[in-house]
Every structure is written in structure tokens, then in C-alpha cells.
Design a protein around this ligand. Structure first.
Ligand code: GLN
Length: 361
């Protein structure tokens, strides 16, 4: 993951080059993102095949995706949260759930990892539900930052705003705005909302929580800056602690598939039939997922899949094909943007092989 210092030194290097070369060429050579994530040649051959969602076809494509990527060893577990570094990096599970509740899965689909940033989606869904879409857009924001998910300078560069609810700043802000009398109630609401999306009681990862809560000064700093800018709904440090708890909830590929399918099914969990959020707000949350769900690799992802998605540094990823499919993958090793390598490859492959890119319909 890039840190601010690396970023600044990159910018400086670009400025030196500027003084010795032609200006138009420099603009290209100093483009901030130096290289791609895993989504390049692997998936492009599959694009634009005919849509076919028979059970047989789904099973066949699922198996192909698993076989194709199961031995991929690219990327590495996150280690800035120490407990994440020791998670079994071989875990690989893929679950697909249709809006009518049919489940297709392969691999380690019951193995859990901490949900991390994927939790941000569900807390943002609560905020939009409680406060409306204008609030989410104006108070938190719905634009990409173009910088790493934990960036502090992104806040200053965007006028003291988090920019969107899926970077740490906007997520801590979302947490702070969940209506509750105190942080205990706020946490209980956030946790049970994630259970509702999954249609299951999700367990809590004490080890990950202890590891992160004792080492989250960067997030605390972010919360304080936002508080100084009048953007927090409750005490900043309390909100950061609740945010750290929400990141420590365990999910499997199966859970993520169900959570994704709840979005694909207009906010109704396909297994329990429970309405978890209003249909009218689903496209708003999906729009932010499309813009910023995979951080500064979101453009490449959207270009290749047309599908809203969200990743977490625990190695989970969910992708939503509205009206058609929820996809959940767990595979801990990450690319440099903090997105699961095999998760992206498998989900992109499945979307393209099934011909269900929502932008191509
Ligand atoms: N808990 C992590 C953090 O605050 C979540 C980051 C992520 O999954 N991208 O850094």
C-alpha cells in the first residue's frame, strides 16, 4: 500500500523530470498510478459473450474460475494489521447467489476472514436509509479520491471532505452518523444490520480487533481532522472504535455472496426474505461501489466488469450484478491497492464468461 511519503516523493520525482523534458510527455510519465492491478490480459478474452444463466452454465463457469485461479500466488496478505498477516493465504472460496436464493459455491466457502472495508458498504446503507441520499452525497461525498484508502492528504486535497464512504475517512464518518443514543447501541445496530444482509449471525474476530484497535492511530487522526471540519456525527474516537469493531466481523465467501445478492435483489435478502434496505437507495450505494469500491483500481475493475464491487484487506470481495447475481470471494493475498488478487480475477472471469456485465445489457 502506498503511503503518503512515497506519494510525495513520486510527485517530487515527476517535478524534476518536468524540468528536463517535453511537457506533454511528462504528463504521461508522471501519472500517479504506476502499474495495473491483476486485471489485464487474464479477463479480456471473455468479454462480450452471450448472457446465459442456466444452472449448468453457472456451475461450469464457477468451476472454471476456481481451477483457473486456485494456484495463483500473486499478492500478499495485508500486514499493517498484524493479525491479518497470519491468516492462511491459501484460502480460496467462491459463492454465487441468484436473487431467487439459489447458491452455487466452490472451494473454501465456509472459511472466514475479517470483513474489513466491505463493512463500509453496509454502514453507508444504514446512513442513507436513516438520513437520505442528499445527506450521504453532501456530508460524506460520493467521489473517488484517487488516493489510497487510508490517505490523510486526500481529506485536505478535497476541502476537508472524506470524498466517499468507502475510504477510511468516509467510513468512520458514516459510523459516526448512525443514529443511536451511545456508541454501544451504534455498534449493536451496525452489527445486526450486517447479519441481516448476510441472513446469518456473523461471528466477531477478537484477535483482529485487538490487533487493530491497539494500532489505529492513523484512523484516529483521520477522525479528529474530520471532527475539526464539522463532519462527524458523534465523538470521533468513539466512532473510530466502533468502525474498528465493524471491520473485525468475520465473513465467509458464502456470507459475502448472500450480502451481494441482497443488493442484487433490491435490498431484500434472498434467503430470509427480510427487507434490509429500501429499493430506491440500492442504486445509490451501488453507484458509490462502482466509483470507489476498489479504491484507485476502481476504474480498471469497472472497465472490465461493469459491476459494482467492494473489497476488504482481509481478502474478501463482493460484486453485484443487479437483478442477476451476487458474488462473494475470499482469497487473502492482496494487490498493492488492497484488493484480493484471486477475488478480482475470479469475479471478473465469472461476470464476463456468463455475459452479465450490467453495462453491456
Ligand atoms: N480496518 C481497515 C483499516 O481501517 C480496513 C481497510 C480496508 O479493508 N481497506 O485500515
Amino acid at each position: 500500500m502506498k503511503n503518503e511519503i512515497q506519494k510525495i516523493s513520486l510527485i517530487k520525482r515527476g517535478m524534476v523530470t518536468l524540468s528536463i523534458a517535453c511537457a506533454s510527455l511528462i504528463l504521461l510519465s508522471t501519472t500517479p498510478v504506476e502499474a495495473k492491478g491483476p486485471l489485464t490480459a487474464e479477463v479480456k478474452t471473455a468479454i462480450s459473450q452471450k448472457s446465459s444463466l442456466s444452472e449448468e452454465r453457472i456451475n461450469a463457469v464457477l468451476k472454471e474460475a476456481y481451477e483457473k485461479f486456485k494456484n495463483n500466488q500473486d499478492g500478499k496478505n495485508a500486514d499493517y494489521i498484524k493479525a491479518l498477516a497470519i491468516v492462511d493465504s491459501k484460502i480460496f472460496g467462491i459463492t454465487l447467489v441468484t436473487p431467487d436464493g439459489k447458491v452455487y459455491e466452490i472451494g473454501d466457502t465456509k472459511d472466514v476472514v475479517s470483513i474489513q472495508s466491505i463493512s463500509k458498504v453496509f454502514t453507508a446503507a444504514m446512513v442513507i436509509q436513516e438520513k437520505g441520499d442528499k445527506f450521504l452525497q453532501e456530508k460524506i461525498g460520493v467521489n473517488a479520491t484517487g488516493l489510497a484508502f487510508n490517505s490523510i492528504i486526500a481529506i485536505e486535497l478535497h476541502g476537508g471532505s472524506a470524498s466517499n464512504p468507502f475510504v477510511n475517512a468516509g467510513a468512520i464518518q458514516s459510523t459516526s452518523w448512525v443514529e443511536a443514543k451511545d456508541s454501544k447501541e451504534r455498534w449493536a445496530k451496525i452489527y445486526s444490520n450486517m447479519d441481516d444482509f448476510a441472513g446469518a449471525k456473523l461471528s466477531f474476530n477478537e484477535e483482529v480487533y485487538d490487533s487493530e484497535v491497539n494500532d489505529n492511530k492513523n484512523n484516529q487522526a483521520i477522525s479528529k481532522i474530520l471532527d475539526a471540519r464539522g463532519r462527524m456525527g458523534s465523538d470521533p474516537l468513539e466512532a473510530t472504535t466502533v468502525y474498528t469493531k465493524q471491520c473485525s466481523v468475520n465473513v465467509s465467501a458464502h456470507d459475502l455472496g448472500m450480502m451481494a445478492a441482497t443488493f442484487a435483489n433490491d435490498g431484500v435478502n434472498p434467503a430470509t426474505g427480510k427487507k434490509v434496505m429500501d429499493k430506491k437507495y440500492v442504486p445509490k450505494i451501488l453507484a458509490v461501489m462502482a466509483t470507489a469500491g476498489l479504491y484507485d483500481n476502481a476504474g480498471d475493475w469497472l472497465y472490465l466488469t461493469g459491476s459494482p464491487a467492494k473489497s476488504g484487506v482481509g481478502g474478501g470481495i463482493l460484486a453485484v450484478v443487479p437483478g442477476k447475481l451476487g458474488i462473494g470471494v475470499v482469497a487473502p493475498p492482496l494487490d498493492k491497492f488492497g484488493n484480493s488478487v484471486r477475488g478480482q480475477l475470479a469475479a471478473a472471469y465469472i461476470i464476463n464468461e456468463l455475459g452479465i456485465n450490467p453495462l453491456a445489457q
